[in-house]
Write a protein that binds this ligand. Sequence first.
Ligand code: PLP
Length: 399
Amino acid sequence: MMVSERMRPYMENNSAIRAMFEEGKRLAAIYGRENVYDFSLGNPNVPVPEVNEAIREIIDEEDFNVLHGYMSNAGFEDVRETVAGSLNKRFGTAFSARNILMTVGAASGLNVIFKSILNPGDEVIVFAPYFVEYGGYVRNYDGRIVEISPNTETFMLDLEEFREKINGKTKAVIINNPNNPTGVVYPEEVIQALADIMREKEQEFGTSIVLVSDEPYRELAYGGVEVPFVTKYYHNTVVAYSYSKSLSVPGERIGYLVIPDEVEHSGELITAATIANRVLGCVNAPSLIQKVLKRCIERGISVDLETYEKNRNLIYSRLTEYGFTCAKPDGAFYLFVKSPTADEKEFCEAAKRHHVLFVPGSSFACPGYVRIAYCVSYEQIERSLPAFRALAEEYGLSR
Ligand code: PLP
């Protein structure tokens, strides 16, 4: 057989995502695109025109061979300096270019860090619900995912179970703040308590445990909610960031890793990660968009949050008014709603009959819930409301 055994489970899972995509297309062909309410994808819908302006300027101004050429595997030095400076200004850190490794999005940043730290059999702790791609990233390097059950009251971290499951084989812990799929933001006290346990366990087992903070939604926090910068709370923290959401450029594939000097043997880890970037075949992050983000940082450009916040307010208030239950999301662009039936896939099917598409919680290791991505037009949400109301009535939720 040509395709490896390792790839087969991914192909089965992929066909489910594909089926959802095909269903959206099928419904749109029959009923018209404006009558299909697709809330399944986390694809930003708010343009950042300054990105295009910067691209035009850079193409006109920069030397062709420098702009499009090979570079250091860590990325352009001036870009990394600008990123470090911006972090220092916002979070009171003291990073320099050497602490920043430009990556092909957060996805590749996570692969680079796991490639750099995992030995076969090492355990990586994740808190459900979580972005299931983590499973693939960890298995790529023969690591083992260990799940902590969801706290379905608040969707905060279940630190009791965490304390029980962290052990001598734990090499890393992943947190994602603001969170996909729940939209919750872990406050300072939660990060502090997590860090305390990790320090205590490092001592107890005589090991080093890396806290991987996956932060593609960092800027997407509403109403002045603070997203703690994790390197301040725990020494062995590595941050995986991405511009996919803050500049609305997920297709450009750009992000970075922060490996602070406080990390044990940081110099060695920085070297390993830089080489991992190369041997994984990324070589370096795409060059043009690196120069673009530098200009955007210098000009203080970030996505306009107002659109997402208005969407959140509308969909959250209406759905809860109709009787649906969900934790109020302070960040990202997702609503994680309790399914009115134990089998949330059945709820997804019922929603499809009203031309509403969203993703079952089992895709995030949290069955019984569904994820609604509200990175769509305000009008789409408005048009979809009668369908949500009808669903609530069907399940006897309406008061
Ligand atoms: N981590 C989380 C939680 C995500 O939701 C995503 C993408 O949606 C990623 C990582 C990957 O981000 P990127 O597109 O920057 O690779």
